[in-house]
Design a protein around this ligand. Structure first.
Ligand SMILES: [Zn+2]
Length: 153
């Protein structure tokens, strides 16, 4: 049985790539200069290039479950989303940042209790942090199931 994804890749090489080869070659020779940082959910139904009518080199993408933007915490941990945002702003000098939410998001649904019990990588926990002024206390309270107001009293 032929691999459908492999067939599509071969189709791209033979049919689509020749029409845009010059664009890709320019992106190789001159580097990327995207003007927009697009932050969105990993959901397969979210299609940033289709939504924006963009082509190769136009969008710098950050995607994760829920399209969450982590707060700055200053630790030496692994901060993929934060590093990508910093790279887009400081090195690529993007002109705009789009944070794209979408309907029927499983990550958002999980925030309200629909995550499988086996989920242990945090996608069923509340995102950190909606407000930099509330800071880590808000996240700790949310992830422990408390309301911020009761933990803040
Ligand atoms: Zn989503």
């Amino acid at each position: 049985m032929p691999d459908e994804l492999l067939s599509r890749l071969q189709h791209f090489h033979t049919d689509a790539f020749p029409a845009c080869q010059e664009t890709f070659q320019s992106l190789v020779n001159d580097g990327q200069h995207p003007t927009t940082l697009f932050i969105g959910c990993s959901d397969s139904r979210v299609a940033p290039y289709l939504l924006n009518g963009a082509g190769p080199g136009e969008l710098f993408l950050v995607r994760n479950v829920g399209g969450f933007v982590p707060p700055f915490d200053g630790s030496a941990g692994y901060h993929g989303a934060a590093a990508a945002i910093e790279f887009a702003v400081l090195s690529l000098s993007v002109q705009r940042i789009v944070v794209c939410g979408h309907s029927h998001c499983g990550a958002i649904r999980a925030l309200y209790g629909d995550a499988p019990a086996e989920a242990h990588w945090g996608w069923g926990k509340r995102p950190c942090c909606p407000s930099p002024t509330l800071g880590p206390r808000y996240c700790a309270a949310q992830n422990s199931g408390q309301s911020f107001c009761s933990s803040n009293a």
